[in-house]
Ligand binder design. Structure first.
Ligand SMILES: NC(=O)c1ccc[n+]([C@@H]2O[C@H](COP(=O)([O-])OP(=O)(O)OC[C@H]3O[C@@H](n4cnc5c(N)ncnc54)[C@H](O)[C@@H]3O)[C@@H](O)[C@H]2O)c1
Length: 331
């Protein structure tokens, strides 16, 4: 199959592209290599793909998904079987300072992806949504049947918008579509803007680590390999038209949580990093940040029922893998 992976130089996109080429798929990786975080990390990921023995299955295109004309041309020329949209402006806190980056990539960019799928007979569109759509919902674990009308950041609002835009296109143009709400993904080649990366870096450098809301938070941290296995399992399982008790519309559209289903406190997560590094962290207690949620917890029953999805990597194992990668990377 010919698969478009947008955001291919990003954390999840790099791991997914690697897995897909190793499975023998033909992958077109697209990314604008923006500088939201150090672009040299994105280049390193691409270099890793280049060095993979299956790299002949991979072609990289440097492009911005918000560039309407170029994206439409790429879809027309390449005729993808499957499209996996991971390109987005990520990060909750940054959306308070740079709202337009979210509008450009997550809204304008996303409509170009939908239009490309609409006009080129794409057999399956898979797109990244986020646990942030649950905002500060009271009921836990978070289930896809829960209401998600209360986003507490613009990032979350754009991800919720993606789900609604994709639903309408799936209904109108019968595009088989699967949305995945990722829950705090971590692992080697991870994102420097995320807490686990900053904690590891600061602890190793003898600096303080900032614990927002005094560390009183819980996250359903999910190891990258579990996420990638989840995505790969659904690739050729296109959703059938879905009954919906709230609406007569029956688009071939499904939405899933993809998380570890075992939330841990920030304190226990830090303890896992400390024990892996063999160094005690210097904790600095900080107030809650705007846009942050207190806790996340994925209900993954649907993923289990439909795709036999069972996350298998424990926090200790996952953190050890990350720390091992981080130390060798900075060297
Ligand atoms: N990592 C997580 O914990 C997490 C959790 C929930 C959802 N997500 C979502 O998963 C997807 C991948 O996240 P990630 O952690 O790999 O982030 P990432 O920032 O590492 O990867 C995103 C990639 O997309 C690229 N990109 C951004 N805007 C673009 C544009 N307009 N055109 C082309 N490329 C563009 C970036 O350069 C980057 O390489 C994103 O949609 C993100 O919102 C991630």
């Amino acid at each position: 199959m010919k698969i478009l992976v947008t955001g291919a130089a990003g954390f999840i996109g790099y791991h997914l592209s690697t897995k897909l080429i190793e499975m023998g798929q033909t992958v077109i990786g697209l990314d604008n290599l923006n500088d939201y975080y150090d672009p040299s990390l994105k280049q390193s990921r691409l270099k890793e793909i280049e060095n993979n023995i299956h790299s002949s299955n991979f072609t990289f295109i440097k492009e911005d998904i918000s560039n309407n004309e170029n994206i439409i041309n790429i879809f027309h020329t390449e005729q993808f079987d499957i499209v996996i949209n991971l390109a987005a402006q990520a990060g909750v806190r940054y959306s308070l300072q740079n709202p337009y980056a979210y509008v450009d990539s997550n809204l304008s960019g996303f409509i170009n992806i939908l239009e490309g799928c609409r006009h080129n007979n794409v057999k399956h569109l898979i797109f990244a949504s986020s646990s942030s759509v649950y905002g500060m919902n009271v009921k836990q674990p978070f289930s896809v049947s829960d209401r998600t009308d209360y986003p507490i950041s613009l990032y979350a609002a754009t991800k919720k918008s993606n789900e609604m835009m994709a639903f309408s296109y799936s209904h109108l143009f019968k595009i088989p579509t699967t949305g995945l709400r990722f829950f705090t993904v971590y692992g080697p080649y991870g994102r420097p803007d995320m807490a686990y990366y900053k904690f590891t870096k600061n602890i190793l450098e003898g600096k303080e680590i900032n614990l927002y809301n005094n560390g009183e938070m819980k996250r359903d941290f999910t190891y990258i390999d579990d996420i990638i296995n989840g995505i790969v399992n659904i690739l050729d399982q296109t959703p059938a038209p879905q009954d919906n008790k709230h609406s007569l519309a029956k688009p071939p559209y499904r939405l899933y949580n993809i998380g570890n289903n075992r939330p841990v406190t920030l304190e226990n997560f830090i303890k896992a990093i400390e024990s892996s590094l063999g160094i005690k962290a210097k904790r600095k207690l900080m107030p809650m940040q705007d846009g942050d949620v207190l806790s996340t917890y994925a209900d993954i029953e649907d993923m289990i029922d439909d795709y036999n999805f069972y996350p298998s990597i424990s926090i200790d194992e996952g953190i050890n893998n990350f720390v091992r990668w981080y130390k060798s990377f900075i060297e």
